[in-house]
Design a protein around this ligand. Structure first.
Ligand code: CUA
Length: 340
């Protein structure tokens, strides 16, 4: 009996130590990244409760084990067998019923938390999200804006209607806690009420190909006024851009997510950079060279496998874009010509 009391006290002490140890490294009351959404609260609460139970279960296993190893180790010269036990019905009922209750309670809490996270605000506004290798594109249907950055007003629920054009991606903003897969062939919904203003990043949390690591776009959560100013600015920029071929080309590049693979500042991504591309002599995979002109770029858009630049993979990672019209292609080329 004395052993049980000692072990009991040690288990309680060890549980407390484990829990506060986890808390000290940011794994208990609040997960590491700051809380950035209304939905994060119930997830962090659930996480904290689980950490309490985990600390206790960890101690319940480790303490009796270490205690037995130390206290009941074989004495010198003792070669007798250990005591024989037939079983203990009370203990067996106990270790069946108690975990069952814990699991049922957590199932209820988990369902409750899921309900909180998906709670629908009828005032929520919609942003359409397109995921593709390797970029996120955001469309504001009310305003006709397409952007590679997600601007949102704080404290308003937004519902993201997400689609993928190729493989499975996953929309994840650690500060918001909630994560959602984006699956080709269907629309997945993601509701969030950002509460913290600032700059964040959406990261793709599903291994989706060569440049999966680079599939992160800027998210800006601002005040209502700054959000409205951004909307107005984007509408103006789009209207102005639409008046010139290179402006239209730039809008198309955003819409089709070209920047996911082609940088405009010379930095290397999955595809050749567009910076200084036009007029350049490119070496191809087969050793021959080509001058980057209208004909070559057009061919590369319609049939990406035709002539692959040295240093890139064959077959090309780029899908063909046969639906682009001749005018759209020439607008994109006009935009590329401005990048030098
Ligand atoms: Cu998209 Cu990883």
């Amino acid at each position: 009996m004395q052993h049980f009391v000692v072990v009991g006290i040690l288990v309680i002490l060890m549980s407390i130590l484990t829990y506060f140890g986890l808390d000290a490294i940011g794994l208990a009351k609040q997960m590491h990244p700051v809380v950035g959404s209304a939905q994060a609260a119930s997830i962090d609460q659930l996480w904290n409760l689980e950490m309490i139970v985990i600390s206790f279960l960890f101690s319940l296993i480790v303490v009796p084990m270490v205690y037995s190893l130390v206290v009941f180790r074989r004495k010198k010269g003792d070669t007798s067998d250990g005591e024989h036990f037939e079983g203990n019905t009370t203990l067996e009922i106990g270790w069946t019923v108690v975990p069952l209750i814990i699991v049922v309670v957590f199932a209820y809490l988990g369902a409750y938390s899921l309900g909180e996270v998906r709670r629908v605000d009828p005032q929520a506004f919609v942003v359409n999200v397109k995921a593709q290798q390797f970029v996120w594109t955001f469309e504001y249907p009310e305003y006709g804006i397409i952007s590679n950055e997600l601007y949102l007003p704080a404290n308003k629920q937004v519902v993201l209607k997400m689609e993928s054009t190729d493989v499975i991606h996953s929309f994840w903003v650690p500060e918001w806690r909630v994560k959602q897969d984006v699956v080709p062939g269907r629309v997945t919904e993601y509701r969030i009420t950002p509460t913290l203003q600032g700059n964040f990043k959406v990261r793709c949390a599903e291994l989706c190909g060569m440049s999966h690591y680079a599939m992160e776009n800027l998210i800006v959560v601002t005040s209502e006024e700054d959000y409205n100013a951004w909307i107005a600015e984007q509408r103006l920029l789009a209207a102005t851009a639409a008046q010139t071929p290179e402006g239209q080309g730039k809008l198309l590049a955003v819409q089709y997510g070209c920047s996911g693979c082609h940088s405009v500042d010379g930095s290397p991504l999955t595809g050749p950079t567009w910076f200084g591309l036009f007029g350049k002599e490119e070496e191809l995979l087969d050793g021959s060279t080509v001058t980057v002109d209208e004909a070559y770029i057009t061919e590369s858009i319609v049939e990406p496998n035709a002539k692959i630049v040295a240093g890139f993979t064959s077959p090309s990672a780029m899908p063909a874009y046969p639906t682009l019209t001749d005018e759209e292609i020439s607008n994109i080329i006009a935009y590329i010509q401005t990048l030098k």
